[in-house]
Write a protein that binds this ligand. Structure first.
Ligand code: SF4
Length: 287
């Protein structure tokens, strides 16, 4: 990615490195380098958000596509995304956008004003930040959310929830609804398949639930996170926060590096049965 963007927040200096404090990776970034998300770069001793002011794509989507089942059902929302993600899931379904070079000739960016205008245009109810990992563009997302709320628009974030608690707490009051991925309940699963840890995600779900509407999505991959105990413990962890949080169990299909066959339907139905004994609302996706 080329140099550019705007100065980021949530960082400190350690010698000639920058320590980014936005997410639990806490990358120590050398001059000229970017952190693991690929979009926060040390430029001359300052942390720059390369995607600030650079949303790459915007679409009007049904709210159910986020997925949100119990927030403003039947409505549409203007949905934006750009490059960058701080996890490295081998089953990523948006790999091309997440790794899209920002300096590709002819690339046009969506300005804040354009996004706000589209978000306010009928039938859109507001802005959904989605497609890539939207929290990596934290400063832009916060700015747009504050403007959207001031205009009476709804704000939605679809995220992996892998953020530190302090920035999460700052953002929460400006977000009406969240869909947060809880990819599995075992830390080993998060480390092997996603390059992260489960505890910060549970904390993000807890913080988001304290101020807004939250739904959780878990992609079920046969043999990886589909044992009865794994499914039961995941549902129990969500219920420990709030048993009214809707859980979306999404069926895996081959994507990016992962080629094994789609998760069998009987596994999906069994998982729903287990979770429905624990949580109030359980939905199947991709079946
Ligand atoms: S936001 Fe990016 S640069 Fe910052 S700690 Fe996370 S992965 Fe590293």
């Amino acid at each position: 990615m080329r140099d550019g963007g705007r100065e980021a927040r949530w960082w400190t200096r350690d010698g000639n490195r920058i320590v980014c404090e936005l997410c639990p990776h806490r990358c120590r970034i050398a001059e000229g380098q970017a952190g693991r998300c690929g979009v926060r770069q040390n430029q001359n001793g300052t942390l720059i958000s390369l995607t600030d002011g650079r949303y790459l794509t915007g679409h009007l989507d049904p709210i159910e596509k986020k997925p949100l089942a119990r927030f403003r059902p039947g409505t549409w929302i203007y949905s934006v995304g750009t490059a960058g993600c701080n996890l490295s899931c081998d089953f990523c379904q948006n790999w091309e956008l997440v790794h899209m070079p920002l300096d590709r000739p002819g690339t046009r960016f969506l300005s804040d004003d354009y996004i706000l205008a589209e978000a306010a245009r009928e039938p859109s109810i507001g802005i959904a930040f989605t497609y890539n990992e939207p929290l990596m563009n934290y400063e832009n997302l916060l700015r747009l959310s504050q403007s959207a709320k001031a205009r009476g628009l709804e704000t939605v974030v679809v995220t992996n929830g892998y953020l530190n608690p302090e920035p999460m707490q700052e953002l929460c009051p400006f977000i009406d609804a969240w869909n947060i991925d809880l990819k599995g309940i075992r830390d080993d699963y998060y480390r092997r398949l996603c390059g992260g840890h489960v505890a910060p995600v549970l904390e993000s779900i807890r913080l988001a639930d304290a101020t807004g509407h939250v739904e959780v999505t878990c992609l079920l991959i046969e043999g990886e996170n589909t044992a009865d105990d794994d499914i039961r413990d995941l549902a129990l962890a969500v219920a420990a926060i709030n048993r009214s949080i809707p859980l979306h169990l999404s069926r895996y299909f081959p994507a990016h590096l992962r080629k094994d066959p789609p998760t069998p339907l009987p596994t999906m139905f069994r998982a729903r049965e287990i979770c429905a004994k624990i949580l109030e609302y359980v939905y199947l996706g991709n079946v």
